[in-house]
Design a protein around this ligand. Structure first.
Ligand code: SF4
Ligand code: SF4
Length: 260
């Protein structure tokens, strides 16, 4: 297929660590097939740079945390038939959204040597807070296979199927031994959506919720379980407030804070 007939795609970076772009780059043979089937017009980490071109699909990594981010995401949306967010930053704020929970701006001085050069918005927000999003792929980083599936779905005029099940269900499917039951680890799998393939329990460690909240999850029961495992309130709150702090898990935490 030549570039005149290939569908155009772009991968845009906002406030992020680039890890989701790396997940894309690490697709190996899958990445070669992407470059054969699509014209990749913008993907700065891989080489092509043309960030203001109409495309079939824009993948967006990162959250909105600066005035420049805000202006650019509107341009990306206007140029895209499908806009798909990839990763915890783009779908739920990412780690940088933890600053929304800070009581003051002291973090700027504590992190940057020349804070006067830092120009940020008051809060860090996911992409859907500013423009319509066609599909959200979660994870920190995103799963490359999910990105490939989304590419092919959109090329065929449909939206990708996004996982809503809990990580626990994936453990059962894979017959992975439960690390909470057998090792007493505070696993977030009972309230976290799958899509990672239950990667962490498969390596005998606890899920830390980088895929964000699952559908119909009940955090109160899990909090009680964590308390039974010996975690104090602060440790439990940290389990629920990390990669996806601008998603439902943290809203629950904030609601609790306000009522306690
Ligand atoms: S979701 Fe994780 S891996 Fe992806 S850009 Fe954000 S911090 Fe990096
Ligand atoms: S290891 Fe975690 S995700 Fe897997 S079944 Fe146990 S609690 Fe659920």
């Amino acid at each position: 297929m030549d570039s005149d007939t290939q569908p155009k795609i772009a991968l845009h970076k906002f406030s992020s660590c680039d890890g989701c772009q790396l997940a894309f780059l690490n697709l190996g043979a899958g990445l070669l097939s992407v470059f054969e089937q699509f014209e990749v017009v913008h993907f700065a980490e891989a080489g092509p740079v043309a960030d203001d071109v109409p495309v079939l699909i824009s993948f967006v990594e990162g959250s909105i945390s600066t005035p420049d981010d805000l202006a650019r995401i509107k341009q990306v949306r206007a140029n895209s038939r499908y806009l798909i967010t990839i990763g915890a930053c783009a779908t739920a704020g990412g780690l940088q959204a933890l600053r929304n929970l800070a009581d003051d701006d002291g973090w700027v001085e504590s992190v940057y040597a020349t804070p006067e050069y830092i120009d940020t918005l008051d809060t860090v927000t996911p992409i859907r807070a500013h423009v319509p999003v066609d599909a959200e792929l979660w994870g920190c980083p995103v799963n490359g296979t999910q990105v490939l599936n989304a590419l092919h779905a959109c090329r065929n005029g449909t939206l990708p199927v996004v996982e809503h099940d809990k990580v626990c269900l994936e453990c059962k499917r894979q017959q992975t031994v439960c690390v909470m039951v057998t090792r007493g680890l505070p696993c977030m799998g009972p309230v976290t959506r799958t899509g990672c393939g239950a990667l962490c329990p498969g390596y005998a460690r606890d899920c830390y919720a980088c895929y964000g909240p699952a559908e119909n999850s009940e955090d109160g029961i899990l909090r009680d379980r964590f308390a039974g495992l010996g975690l104090n309130n602060k440790q439990i709150e940290h389990r629920f407030t990390s990669f996806t702090s601008a998603a439902g898990m943290t809203r629950d935490v904030n609601r609790r804070k306000g009522t306690e």
